[in-house]
Design a binder for this molecule. Sequence first.
Ligand SMILES: [Zn+2]
Length: 325
Amino acid sequence: MKFIITVDTEADNEWQRLDKIKVENIKFLPRFQALCEKYEFKPTYLLTYDVASDKESVSILKPWQDSGQAEIGAHLHPWSNPPMTKERSWETKHHRFPHDLSEDELKSKMETLTNVIKDNFQIMPKSFRAGRWGFDKRVAKEITRLNYLVDCSITPKIDWTRTKGDPNGQGGKNFKHYQVAPYFLDIDNISKVGKNNLLEVPMTVLFTLLFKKEDTSLSNFFLGLPDSFFKKVINKLFFGQKWLRVFPNSKMKDWQRIYESAKKNNLPVMEFMIHSSELMPGGSPYAKDHQSVEFVYQQIEDLFKFLKKQGLQGRTLSEFYYDFK
Ligand SMILES: [Zn+2]
């Protein structure tokens, strides 16, 4: 089994609607990079425009790419990615999903993002993640046009439709019944396996308790249930749905269970994600202070150590693409 580490490499405190964008958290990344190297795992840093256009951030990240210790990809946050097509204060307030953008906006923002990475890192980015998981067939087509090879914007089992982007939009996407294993997309129906050149490597979100098996009539029935207290209880007792992410209540047991489930479902890969800002004290709601950052590091090290012991091999997103192909 392969192991992919993805880092949404973005501004500080994206959850607050700050007027002034800061990328201080990038200065905290060397510790994370060193930890990945210690276990011979190679992270993929998915950069927003804010980070990719910041000289100091580039000087921190580029050497890792150049020495082959990491990959640089792209991460679209429409609300701070030029060209600003609406009033900046409006964009800042609403945090539109990439799929909320008009055809022209999507095209020009994606081109600007791709070009800033090209110019500052001297590479063609190959890997992509949509901000706020705002991914649909239009976004898939656009990144294909720009020669991206891998997307990792799909979160199986999760329904974001109640999350608001554009106040007049449809909200987030519903990925409830999307498959967990990587697949080449059908560009006209991204939930289906097809012949497009774009590889989807979904976030690892698995059931980890008694009913671990993916895509059974039982698991599909459970996923189809509307949110309720009853569903929460059933989940807690029998399904144990978990993301491969660090949360304030994460435990060693979670990592073991997620791995067991990935094995049981014959997954060729596990994909971990973290926001770069989670690694700076006060950089995100996930890690408010020094102590919580230490907790995050402890969890990550437990996970890395455990997966290394199980023999997982690290891959960046585009390395995985060539393996999979
Ligand atoms: Zn983001």
